[in-house]
Design a protein around this ligand. Sequence first.
Ligand code: GAR
Length: 200
Amino acid sequence: MNIAVFVSGNGTNLEAIIDAVSRDEIKAKIALVVSDNKDAYALERAKKAGIDTFILSSKGFKKREDYDKEIIKELEKKNIQLIVLAGFMRLMSGYFVKKYKHKIMNIHPALLPSFKGTHSIKDAFEYGVKKTGVTVHFVDEELDHGSIILQESVDVDENDTLDTLEEKIHKVEHKLYPEAIKLFTENKLKIEDRKVKIKD
Ligand code: GAR
């Protein structure tokens, strides 16, 4: 199975996925890394691993769909069957989401449906929750809304700072995302209504 990983920033999740593929835990190929940001450190990680990259700034595109159509051309060239959003800080168009229905995953650093958006770790920390966590979900037309594949909670201790909480969340992300991708590539995810069942 050919996977594309979409990134905008650091790429620690990309790295965790690269590692899981190279350990043969995920039996698939990361055929492409897509970035909307030419300066994303994730691109360095991709190059180091010998993975092809496609960089497309959204500047100059009037419609979200037009941008996504350019990306789809590249995905089709590489026969991509799973799209993994790993810190990709752009909303996909309805067109894109429909075309790859139940074939796009995202990782979110909170227990959805709590703390949607782009500053979830900070929002949860400042809210004073005792537990937060990580969600891997399919992407649908609404922000941080699609069917949940895996979730794991993280305790917020009294002596945690935002930095230590971030560290704990990232550690869980780097374990949970490869697990979810592995399940998908083994065809073990079954969607009923909006519930994802995991087959044995
Ligand atoms: C991750 O923590 C991911 O959950 C978050 O961006 C970070 C990317 O880190 N995504 C979102 O907040 C999406 N709403 P990385 O570039 O090191 O993988």
